[in-house]
Design a protein around this ligand. Structure first.
Ligand code: AMP
Length: 211
């Protein structure tokens, strides 16, 4: 049975980038609750309308809404998944085990990085509106301004990558992460990876952790 990967880390810690790498290299499926919620907002569904304000403030959407969305968008009989952005609360961690993973073995990877560097990273982040590739105007700028290197799609900044929302998101992270780490540590399923390393080095460590 393949191992399921739970990615934990602050906004901007590199979870999304590494998830995309693992999908390409090891054929993982990727489910990001942030991406699922943004798609609802984009399509202006009832759910999207309910969560739009919460998300642009950088606050957390309710556990019930996110769990339901997650359940509807992953099927573990398809193989290994990366859970990106879920769990964000201890109740979500428990629900992930009890309702989604059940008997599937899993490991939690914590992308460990000093929060001080993340604000700058996030306000300079740009994402391709077509393929989702992630850039940073300071550290990983696109070859042509405003265009994706991979597919030529338009680079956009996320609504919640403003200074104020980023501040809120980092505060929410600080206030919620410790019990989640403790939960996986107690179950001996936690692996900490230094997310301050170069992306290629981080990828290697993540692959070793999931072997
Ligand atoms: P992300 O793309 O993971 O940074 O998520 C963007 C936003 O979506 C967060 O700031 C929350 O408002 C919301 N969100 C994503 N995942 C969750 C979750 N597991 N629980 C609650 N809110 C979430």
């Amino acid at each position: 049975m393949s191992i399921q990967a739970i990615f934990l880390g602050a906004p901007g810690s590199g979870k999304g980038t590494q998830a995309k790498n693992l999908v390409m290299d090891l054929n993982f499926n990727h489910v990001s609750t942030g991406d699922l919620l943004r798609a609802e907002v984009e399509k202006a569904t009832d759910l999207g309308k309910r969560v739009s304000d919460i998300m642009s403030r950088g606050a957390l959407v309710s556990d019930e809404i996110v769990l339901e969305l997650l359940k509807n968008n992953c099927d573990l009989s398809n193989g290994a998944y990366i859970f990106d952005g879920f769990p964000r609360t201890i109740d979500q961690a428990k629900a992930l085990d009890e309702v989604v993973l059940k008997d599937f073995p899993s490991k939690a990877i914590y992308f460990d990085i000093s929060l001080d560097v993340l604000k700058e990273r996030l306000v300079n982040r740009r994402t391709c509106g077509d393929c989702g590739a992630i850039y940073n105007l300071v550290y990983k700028s696109p070859k042509t301004d405003g265009k994706c290197d991979l597919c030529d799609g338009p680079l956009v900044d996320r609504k919640d990558d403003t200074e104020e929302a980023v501040g809120n998101r980092l505060n929410v992270f600080k206030e919620t992460i410790d019990p989640i780490l403790e939960y996986y540590e107690q179950k001996q399923r936690l692996i900490r990876v230094d997310a301050g390393l170069k992306p290629a080095e981080i990828l290697e460590k993540v692959k070793v952790a999931l072997e």
